[in-house]
Design a protein around this ligand. Sequence first.
Ligand SMILES: CSC[C@H]1O[C@@H](n2cnc3c(O)ncnc32)[C@H](O)[C@@H]1O
Ligand SMILES: [Zn+2]
Length: 429
Amino acid sequence: MRLLIRGALILTMKENDEPFSGDILIERDRIAAVVPRWEGRADEVIDASGMVAMPGLINAHNHTPMTLMRAFCDDLRLMEWLEKKMLPVEARMDEEDIYWGAMLAMAEMIRSGTTAYADMYIHMDHVARAAIDSGMRASLARGLVFLEDDGGKRREEALSLIEKWTGAGNGRITTMLGPHAPFTCPPGPLAEVIDLARERGVPIHIHLAETKEEVVRIRERYGQTPTEYLYHLGLFEHNHVLLAHAVHLTRRDIGLLRGMRGGIAHNPVSNLKLGCGIAPVCDMLAQGLTVGLGTDGAGSAATLDMFVEMKAAAWLQKADQSDPAVLPARQVLRMATVEGAKLLGIADRVGTLEAGKQADLILIDFQKPHLQPLHDPYALVAYSASGADVDTVIIDGRVVMRRRELMTIDEEELFRQVKKRVPRLVDGI
Ligand SMILES: CSC[C@H]1O[C@@H](n2cnc3c(O)ncnc32)[C@H](O)[C@@H]1O
Ligand SMILES: [Zn+2]
C-alpha cells in the first residue's frame, strides 16, 4: 500500500532542514520518501495543498484515564488535589472506566495532532487496549506508589505489563517502569525498581520536584533535595530516565543531571494551573539536558492539546527570563517532536520526517485567517495554531483522522460511556 501526501509545506524537523513544498510517500507503516515531487506510482493520494506537514506531536507525560476527572475539582494545591480527590476516585475505577477514560484521551490527543505519548497509571492493560484500538503510539508504565505493603502485587503488575505489551501493535507499544515520585517511593523499594529497570533494560518514568511541599518533605525525611535523593540511589547511573516536571531544581541538581540518559518532560500548563512554579528550562537546556513537553493528566492540566503546551512553554520562559529570544518557535516545535521522541526512547523510529522512519505525521490546515500570511511556518504552528487546526493524522502509516473525522474511534459510543461512568466515580468525593 502506497499513500502519497501531495503538495504540503513540509517541516521535517531535522536539525538543518528548511521548510519546502513537496510530497511524502508512505509505504505500509514507513516513510519511503520526502521529496519536492514524487513522480512514481501511489495507491492513494491525499491532496495537502494549503497544509503544513510535520511529525506528529509527542506528549511526554500523561495519565490518560484522568480525562474522567477533567474539571471535577480545579483550583486546589497539588497535595490536597491528589490525596483528597484523585486517589479516592482512582480507588473506585474499574477496568472499563480506565479503558474509556484512556479512549477519551486518545480521541482528544489524535484530534489535536498527538501521535505518541507516555503514560503512567493503574490498570495499564486497559490503557494498552485503548492505545491499540485507537492506533496511538504509547510508552506505558504501571505507576508504583510504595506507601503501604501490597505483598508485591503492584510490582507484579508492572512486570506483567512489560512482558505482555512491549512491542505490541507493530512496535507501537513500548513500556517503562513507573515509580511515582520521591515522596511516594521510600529508598528500599525505589532502589529495587532501579535495579530491576537496569537488569531488564527498561526505562524509568518518574515525577520529580513538582512542588515546594515535595522539596520540604524530602528534605525532612532524607536531608536532600528530591534530585539528590534519586541521584544517590543511583537512578541516573545506567537507566534511561523520563523525569516529569523537575520544577524545583537547584543549580547543583541540574549539574547532577548532566549527561543523564533520557531527560525532562516539561509540563508548563499543569505547573501554572496547580501553582507549582516555573521549571528552569533555560538552565536545563544550557547544561545540555533533553527537554520535551507533556500535558500531565487532564485532571490537572484540563487539556491534552500540545499546541497549548507549546505556547505556554515558550511564553513562560520568555517572561521568566525577560528575554523574548529564549525558546524560539522552532526550538519549541523540536521539544514537542524530536526531543519528546528521545525522552520516550523512540527517536530512531519517529520524531522527524525522513525516509525509513515510521510514518507518524500530521497535516495542519493553513487556509485560515489566523494562519496567514506565511512569513514563518514554525512561528505560526507554535504561536498561532491550535489543535483544532489539525486536519489529518497518520500513525504508523494508518490514517487515524481524515479531514477531522476520527477513523478508529466511535465518538458517539465514547461519550455515552463517559457520561454513564462518571457519576459513580465522583459521587460524594
Ligand atoms: C500511581 S499511578 C500515577 C498517579 O499519579 C497521580 N498524578 C497525576 N498527576 C500528578 C501530578 O501532577 N503529580 C503527582 N501525581 C500525579 C495520579 O493521580 C495517579 O495516582
Ligand atoms: Zn503526572
